[in-house]
Design a protein around this ligand. Structure first.
Ligand code: PHE
Length: 450
């Protein structure tokens, strides 16, 4: 099969930022900021995005870019190694990374499907009737309803499968270049509107005033672990998403600056999402610590009580669905790519991977809809279990990625990505001595803190 590539720098940034910006920013970030007390979580999240997100993303880019057109499953052995070391064991990390994406997409598709239901609802009648009770009943009814929840899940996955099967340039890149600018415009409209509501000041101080201090001990540790997990998820790290896209990047591209821009874009969107959502929540006098139901249960009630709420509701859920698509596209691309290579057919590979991940995702649905003892045993509740498991897998994969670049890859491979040798050396030092220790520290405290 002919090797596919992105058309150019703009396409790479749109697709990679499209992967990063997703439900993690619009659903995960606000609800986690809400339950973790706001300011401290936000600050730590930004720190982790810079201190870990940047080096890990760049390492993933380096590995993918040096893969010599091979599948991500063989990428580690394609990178020129130091002293001809045998790096084949590192390829196991790629298998873990692809598995991580598989688990994520299985539930991601379902949640994104809910956002389509809310989009349809907001167009069709709006949220006028939504008070707290009505809203939680609506959400509950959606999650247990097989025709609605499964129906929208399948619809979402089918569109994703079609886009990915069109190819890297004609599908992924093209759609990302259309959807990403739309997404930015929509989020700015929402923040602009939020700024006119009387909950805006409260939202700003909630998001930016540190609330939990290091002296709060265990609680601070928990906030830190959550912030790190959120940074990995939101930047699509440790999951083969970036590495796979990087295999389609031309040798001449400047991946240091691309990584920087993607990190900045993703972090900006998360902060803007907070600035769009919390003013509505505060203006309506609702609870911020609602948890995963924040955007599905609390926001519609806020929309019901505010001026132009109907239109804002449509715009908001359109935003969530769009952001979900570009991320799901990257998840499906990296799950399918190894099968596409093997079968030598993009359409077949994508269809097989897409069907498999959708079917497994239905296990999450089943957990909502039935209380079959067996299902409860294996998956009480599958969504939460997969979410927890992937929260461990992402730092684990990232750990091997930085160790590989720090200790096993030929130093010239790293130097060739930087314009200046001094910077390359600093990066290498950081990746050898700081990044792995940081990952291990937060990872161990997350297990101990359980
Ligand atoms: N970063 C995406 C989001 O924030 C989710 C994602 C994770 C996508 C891992 C690809 C790989 O929603």
């Amino acid at each position: 099969m002919k090797k596919e590539n992105f058309g150019g720098r703009l396409g790479i940034i749109a697709a990679t930022a499209g992967s990063a910006v997703g439900l993690g920013n619009l659903w995960g970030f606000p609800y986690r900021a809400g339950v973790n007390g706001g300011g401290t979580f936000v600050l730590l999240y930004i720190l982790f995005a810079i201190a870990l997100g940047f080096p890990v993303m760049l390492c993933e880019f380096i590995i993918g870019k040096n893969s010599n057109n091979k599948s991500v499953l063989k990428a580690f052995t394609e990178v020129k190694s130091k002293d001809n070391m045998d790096n084949s064991k590192f390829n196991i990390s790629s298998y873990f990374a692809v598995a991580t994406s598989f688990l994520i997409l299985s539930f991601y598709g379902m949640i994104a499907g809910w956002s389509i239901d809310y989009l349809v609802k907001s167009i069709n009648g709006g949220f006028g009737k939504f008070d707290v009770e009505y809203s939680s009943n609506y959400f509950e009814a959606l999650t247990v309803s097989i025709p609605r929840s499964v129906g929208y899940h399948i619809l979402f996955m089918v569109i994703t499968i079609i886009v990915v099967s069109l190819g890297v340039k004609k599908g992924i890149e093209k759609i990302s270049k259309i959807m990403m600018p739309m997404l930015i415009v929509i989020i700015l409209i929402l923040v602009g509107y939020g700024a006119t509501t009387n909950g805006f000041n409260e939202a700003v101080s909630f998001l930016f005033k540190p609330s939990v201090m290091p002296s709060d001990g265990v609680q601070f540790g928990k906030v830190a672990v959550n912030a790190m997990g959120q940074a990995f998820f939101s930047l699509s790290l440790g999951s083969a998403a970036i590495m796979t896209y990087a295999t389609y990047v031309d040798k001449k591209e400047d991946i240091v600056s691309i990584s920087k821009q993607v990190i900045i874009a993703d972090t900006m969107v998360a902060l803007l999402a907070g600035l769009a959502i919390f003013p509505f929540v505060f203006s309506a006098g609702m609870k911020v610590a609602e948890g995963p139901g924040l955007i599905f249960v609390v926001l519609p009630v806020a929309f019901a009580s505010m001026g132009y709420g109907d239109i804002i509701g449509v715009i908001f859920f359109l935003l969530v669905a769009l952001a979900g698509f570009t991320s799901a596209i990257s998840l499906l691309e990296n799950i399918s790519a190894p099968i596409v290579y093997k079968l030598n057919s993009r359409v077949k590979g994508v269809a097989i991977a897409g069907a498999l991940v959708t079917i497994v995702g239905m296990g999450s649905q089943a957990c909502f809809s039935f209380s079959v003892p067996f299902l409860e045993f294996i998956a009480d509740n599958q969504l939460d279990q997969f979410d927890k498991l992937t929260a461990y897998l992402m730092p684990l994969v990232s750990f091997f990625v930085v160790i590989f670049i720090g200790y096993r890859a030929d130093v010239d491979v790293i130097k060739s990505e930087f314009k200046n040798e001094k910077l390359a050396k600093m990066f290498l030092w950081y990746v050898r001595y700081v990044a792995p220790i940081l990952i291990v520290t937060v990872f161990v405290s997350s297990i101990v803190g359980q």
